[in-house]
Design a protein around this ligand. Structure first.
Ligand SMILES: Cc1cc2nc3c(=O)[nH]c(=O)nc-3n(C[C@H](O)[C@H](O)[C@H](O)COP(=O)(O)OP(=O)(O)OC[C@H]3O[C@@H](n4cnc5c(N)ncnc54)[C@H](O)[C@@H]3O)c2cc1C
Length: 297
């Protein structure tokens, strides 16, 4: 018996080689703002890869409070913030930063506010410690349901855990479409479309708000804050929520209930000093001998 399959979106006239089109139905949910778009950008504080990162001996989680390791704004989230600001400048509305993290994450929130966003929500609670990606998506979805949104923008991955799962899991929990790996985002009324990066070029994916979008590197040129904006950011409102404020079930978060655990870890051996080849006219031979000895050639 032949299975009736939903008609694939026919390739539109504008379709060029390497481009495919898709339309995702959203069941016509209403937008939260009369005019403009209510944009929430998820921003993660990650350990600065230039500093020594330590795992806590007692539970093998990253020691985010270690005074020697500083936290920085996840690189891809700078593109997510910039995309949110450009959509606000084009359509009006508001850009809110959402960060789940310990007290130290407040530095990263201030940096995101200095880039020009309007306000921030800091989900902070000791019970969240050690939450894995599944649990983090639950906690952040509860917060997004509380604060409302038309468009949630994330980076496609973090530089510490790199699961790249948050956007998809958030969309699933919020019951809205996900448009992922975007390097171009266009909003027209309640319609949204992206260019989704692929090996063969890109797909053009279309849907309608509310939706979740993840952006990739070089989607745009983030504008870095000037002193005036950095000073102004200090006065911008930051709302701090504990898990009770957003009806998070304590049994569904934290290390005890995490689906993943660090079985063991070892400190990376210090990088061995390289071999210095002094070129006395025979540098090429010496390099060739070295590569041969390492069976590279
Ligand atoms: C070294 C390390 C390894 C880990 N390994 C795993 C693992 O294998 N499996 C697992 O389930 N968890 C793991 N975790 C925990 C995981 O990092 C957190 O749960 C995290 O918040 C979500 O996963 P992610 O960073 O991989 O998200 P990704 O999906 O890679 O992040 C994509 C985007 O989601 C947003 N985002 C992610 N986290 C936050 C946040 N806390 N606040 C605001 N926005 C956020 C940002 O926009 C980011 O660009 C690990 C953590 C560390 C530090």
């Amino acid at each position: 018996m032949e299975h009736a399959r939903p008609a694939r979106a026919p390739l539109g006239d504008g379709a060029r080689r390497g481009e495919r089109q898709a339309r995702v139905n959203t069941g016509g949910r209403r937008l939260t703002m009369k005019s403009g778009i209510n944009i929430v950008v998820c921003v993660k504080q990650v350990p600065d890869t230039a500093t020594v990162r330590k795992l806590r001996a007692e539970d093998s989680t990253i020691d985010r409070e270690d005074p020697n390791s500083s936290g920085v704004l996840n690189e891809l989230d700078e593109y997510a913030i910039e995309e949110g600001l450009r959509l606000k400048e084009a359509h009006g509305g508001e850009v809110t930063i959402l960060t789940m993290g310990p007290a130290k994450a407040a530095e990263t929130i201030r940096k995101a506010l200095a880039m020009g966003t309007d306000k921030a929500v800091h989900l902070m609670d000791p019970a969240l410690h050690g939450s894995d990606a599944v649990q983090t998506s639950y906690a952040m979805a509860q917060t997004l349901k509380k604060i409302g949104f038309d468009l949630v923008i994330l980076g496609s991955e973090s530089t510490d855990a790199r699961t790249g799962l948050l956007a998809a899991m958030l969309a699933e929990r919020l019951g809205v479409p996900q448009l992922s790996l975007a390097n171009k985002v266009v909003v027209d009324g309640s319609a949204i479309s992206i260019h989704r990066v692929t090996d063969y070029g890109y797909d053009r994916v279309e849907s309608s708000l509310p939706a979740v979008v993840s952006v990739v590197e070089k989607t745009n040129e983030p504008r870095y804050p000037r002193l005036k904006e950095i000073m102004a950011a200090k006065k911008k409102p930051v709302t701090t929520f504990g898990i009770a404020d957003v009806e998070i079930d304590p049994g569904r978060i934290g290390l005890a209930g995490a689906y993943t655990e660090v079985a063991e870890f070892a400190v990376a051996p210090p990088r061995a000093a390289g071999v210095v080849v002094k070129d006395e006219g025979d540098g090429g031979v010496k390099v060739a001998d070295f590569l041969t000895s390492k069976k590279f050639i």
